[in-house]
Write a protein that binds this ligand. Structure first.
Ligand SMILES: Cc1cc2nc3c(=O)[nH]c(=O)nc-3n(C[C@H](O)[C@H](O)[C@H](O)COP(=O)(O)OP(=O)(O)OC[C@H]3O[C@@H](n4cnc5c(N)ncnc54)[C@H](O)[C@@H]3O)c2cc1C
Ligand code: SF4
Ligand code: SF4
Ligand code: SF4
Length: 433
C-alpha cells in the first residue's frame, strides 16, 4: 500500500481522528464517518481530490514528532514542565460544572472576556440520539458551560480549523495531545498558525474509547433512546464522577464508574496504544486530575495545572491576578509520578514491539524508538488485536453482545483469581518457613 494520502493511515489503523487532514485539504475533499466499531475515520472524495498529499504530510497518526518523544525518552519528563499547580475556578457555577476543578473553563472565560482571543475551539457532547463527541467553536463566554467535562471519545477537533481562521483573528485551542500534534504539523500548510493560535490548553490523556462505548453504556442504562451522556457526572455523584445517561424523555439514569472502567480495554482506540504523549508536551498549559498529590479536595475535585511555556505562564498569572482561578504550587515530580509516566513508557515500547509482531506498519519515526525486550508481549498483542477486531463483527448488536461476554469473562477471571492468589500466597509462606 503506497503512502499517497490518508487511506494508508486509515487502512493501517494509525488514525487517531484529530481532523488535521481535513484542515489541510484546500479542496474540502475529506469528511469523517463512523465505522461499525465506532472509529471515526476520514474518507476522501476522489471526485475533487487533486492528489497533493498534504493530508498525509500533516497527519500525526503516521508522523511521530521527535521533540515530543524526546521529552519522555531523553531526560526526565519533569524537566519539560516549568511549574505545577493545583486549584479551582473561583466561580462556583464553573467549578461545580467542571470535570476536575473547572480551571480550563475559567481560563477560557477569562481570555475571551479580556479579548486575548476571539474564539476558543474545544469539544462538546451532542444532544442527539445516539450522542457523539463534537468540536465546538465558542466566541461568547456565556456558552462555555456546554463544553465542560471530559469526552472520552474521538473528536476530529481540527476538521474545520482553516474555515474558523478565516472568520476569527485568533483562536485558543483546548485539546488532547494528538490534537496538539496535528496543530504542530499543520504549520506546514497554514504558515501563520502560530500567531493565529496564541494559546494551546492541553489535557492529560490516557486514551479514548471508540464512539460505540457510548452505545454500550446507554444499553446498560435503559432500553429507551438516549440523547446525552456525561462520562463523569461529578455534579450528580461527586468527584471523580459516575456516568449519567439521559434518555430522550429526560429521565437520567446513573451507572457506576466501574462500568466505564471495566469496558475500557474492549473499546480502546487501537492507535492510542502507540501513543506516548500522555502529558501533552506540545501544549502551553496542561490540565488534568491531581493524582498522587496530597491535600487535594477529593469531594468536588480540583484541576492539576502544568505550565509548559512563557505564554502559558502569562495566561495563568493573569487569571490568578484577575481572581478567576485559585491555585497553589505542588511538586512537579509528584504530579508526573501520579500519572505513572514510567509505566507508560514501558507499555508504549512493548506496544510498538507487539504492533510490529502483528506485521502492522509503525508510524514514521517509531522504528528507532521501540524497545528490544519481549516481556509480556502476548498481553499487549491481545489488547491490540481487540482494538483491531472492533470493525469485524457482523453487526453493531453482535459487537455490543461481544462486549457483554468479554466483560463477563473478565469478571469471572477476577473472581477465580482471588482463591488462586490466596493459594499462591499460602504456598509462598510455607516455602519461606
Ligand atoms: C480523553 C481524555 C482523557 C483524559 N485522561 C486523563 C488522565 O489520564 N489523567 C488526568 O489527570 N486527566 C485526564 N484527563 C483530563 C481531565 O479529565 C480533565 O479534563 C481536566 O482535569 C480538566 O478539568 P477541568 O475541570 O479544569 O475542565 P472543564 O472546565 O471541565 O473543561 C474541560 C475542557 O476540556 C475540553 N474537552 C473535553 N473532552 C475533550 C476532548 N475529547 N477533546 C478535546 N477537548 C476536550 C472541553 O471542551 C473543555 O474545554 C483526560 C481528559 C480527556 C478528555
Ligand atoms: S491528497 Fe490533497 S486534495 Fe486529496 S484529500 Fe489529500 S489534501 Fe485533499
Ligand atoms: S490527520 Fe488525523 S484524522 Fe486525518 S488521518 Fe491523520 S490521524 Fe486521522
Ligand atoms: S492516547 Fe494519544 S492518540 Fe489516544 S486520544 Fe489520547 S492523545 Fe490521542
Amino acid at each position: 500500500m503506497s503512502k499517497r494520502d490518508i487511506r494508508y493511515v486509515v487502512d493501517n489503523r494509525l488514525c487517531l481522528s484529530c481532523g488535521a487532514c481535513a484542515a489541510a485539504c484546500s479542496r474540502k475533499s475529506i469528511s469523517f464517518h463512523e465505522t461499525p466499531g465506532g472509529y471515526l475515520y476520514p474518507e476522501i472524495d476522489f471526485a475533487t481530490c487533486v492528489h497533493c498529499e498534504l493530508c498525509l504530510d500533516v497527519c500525526p497518526g503516521i508522523h511521530y514528532i521527535p521533540q515530543i518523544h524526546d521529552t519522555y525518552l531523553k531526560a526526565s519528563h519533569s524537566d519539560s514542565i516549568q511549574n505545577a499547580l493545583v486549584g479551582r475556578a473561583t466561580d462556583d457555577k464553573v467549578y461545580y460544572n467542571g470535570q476536575s476543578g473547572g480551571v480550563v473553563t475559567a481560563l477560557l472565560e477569562d481570555i475571551l472576556e479580556r479579548h486575548v482571543v476571539d474564539a476558543v475551539l474545544c469539544a462538546g457532547m451532542s444532544y442527539f440520539s445516539p450522542p457523539r463527541g463534537e468540536a465546538l467553536l465558542i466566541a461568547d463566554a456565556n456558552d462555555l458551560g456546554k463544553s465542560q467535562k471530559s469526552k472520552y471519545v474521538p473528536v476530529p477537533l481540527l476538521e474545520n480549523l482553516r474555515d474558523y481562521l478565516k472568520h476569527y483573528k485568533s483562536i485558543a485551542v483546548v485539546g488532547l495531545p494528538c490534537h496538539m500534534h496535528g496543530l504542530e504539523l499543520l504549520k506546514k500548510v497554514i504558515p501563520d498558525l502560530e500567531d493565529k493560535i496564541p494559546l494551546r490548553i492541553g489535557l492529560i490523556c490516557d486514551r479514548i474509547l471508540t464512539a460505540k462505548s457510548i452505545d454500550w453504556l446507554a444499553k446498560q442504562a435503559t432500553v429507551k433512546p438516549v440523547s446525552h451522556i456525561i462520562y463523569r457526572d461529578k455534579s450528580r455523584s461527586g468527584y471523580p464522577g459516575d456516568p449519567s445517561i439521559e434518555a430522550s424523555d429526560g429521565e437520567i439514569i446513573m451507572l457506576k464508574a466501574a462500568d466505564r472502567m471495566a469496558i475500557k480495554d474492549f473499546f480502546t482506540l487501537v492507535r492510542c496504544r502507540l501513543c506516548l504523549d500522555k502529558m501533552n508536551a506540545g501544549a502551553d498549559i496542561v490540565c488534568g486530575d491531581p493524582h498522587g498529590i496530597d491535600g487535594v479536595n477529593r469531594v468536588h475535585g480540583e484541576t492539576l495545572v502544568l505550565v509548559r511555556s512563557k505564554r502559558g505562564k502569562k495566561i495563568i498569572d493573569d487569571a490568578v491576578g484577575e481572581g478567576v482561578i485559585k491555585l497553589r504550587s505542588v511538586s512537579v515530580s509528584k504530579a508526573i509520578n501520579g500519572q505513572y509516566i514510567d509505566q507508560r513508557v514501558k507499555d508504549w515500547k512493548a506496544y510498538l514491539l507487539a504492533w510490529k509482531g502483528l506485521k502492522m506498519p509503525l508510524p514514521d519515526g517509531a522504528e528507532n524508538l521501540q524497545g528490544n525486550g519481549k516481556t509480556g508481549i502476548k498481553l499487549y498483542e491481545n489488547n491490540l488485536q481487540q482494538g483491531l477486531l472492533l470493525d469485524s463483527y457482523e453487526s453493531v448488536n453482535e459487537m455490543l453482545k461481544a462486549a457483554d461476554s468479554w466483560l463477563k469473562k473478565k469478571r469471572l477471571k477476577r473472581v477465580m483469581g482471588v482463591p488462586l492468589r490466596f493459594v499462591q500466597k499460602v504456598v509462598k509462606k510455607i516455602k519461606n518457613v
